[in-house]
Design a protein around this ligand. Structure first.
Ligand code: COA
Length: 133
């Protein structure tokens, strides 16, 4: 919760985490020296894995930990035969957009007024895991 509150202007509540992070195949934390320093929450719908939350503690950013979290998700997703990984990201979150592009994600759509509290648009970003037939 501390990382979440530090990372986002409109943080998830504890309840949202309990509701959303049920699928342990695709939701996990990263620990350093026994302390949680980052987490990723994702869930599957058919062959699609959707990342609904990802954050690294501010002090530890820029050291490759975000990449480690997403690579872990990609590896688990491939193991389970998933086809596609998607996410929504705020249009203004340039850092996260660059981060996902570095991982090979592409902007594939815009969701207008996606965030109820600010009315901001979101980019839908996607990474295909399987080659197209
Ligand atoms: C996005 C986030 C998870 C990235 O985690 P991180 O551990 O700092 O990222 P990494 O160190 O693994 O970065 C890997 C690469 O992504 C890119 N990148 C990461 N953060 C960036 C930023 N703020 N600006 C530009 N590029 C960035 C860089 O290319 C970086 O490689 P480099 O350091 O060799 O240049 C982290 O910044 C964060 O928690 N942000 C706040 C929450 C958030 O916005 N979550 C995403 C919501 S969709």
């Amino acid at each position: 919760m501390a990382i979440e509150r530090e990372a986002f202007r409109y943080p998830w509540t504890r309840w949202t985490f309990l509701e959303m992070a049920g699928d342990r195949n695709f939701s996990f934390v990263l620990k350093l020296g026994g302390m949680i320093v980052g987490y990723l929450v994702a869930h599957r719908t058919g062959e699609e894995v959707y990342i609904s939350n990802l954050a690294v503690k501010g002090y530890h950013r820029g050291r490759g930990l975000g990449l480690k979290l997403v690579h872990e998700l990609l590896s688990r997703s491939r193991e389970r035969g998933m086809d596609l990984v998607t996410l929504d990201v705020r249009e203004s979150n340039d850092g996260a957009i660059t981060f996902y592009e570095r991982l090979g994600f592409q902007k594939v759509a815009i969701r207008r007024g996606c965030y109820p509290n600010s009315g901001e648009d979101a980019y839908v970003m996607a990474l295909r895991l399987k080659a197209k037939k």
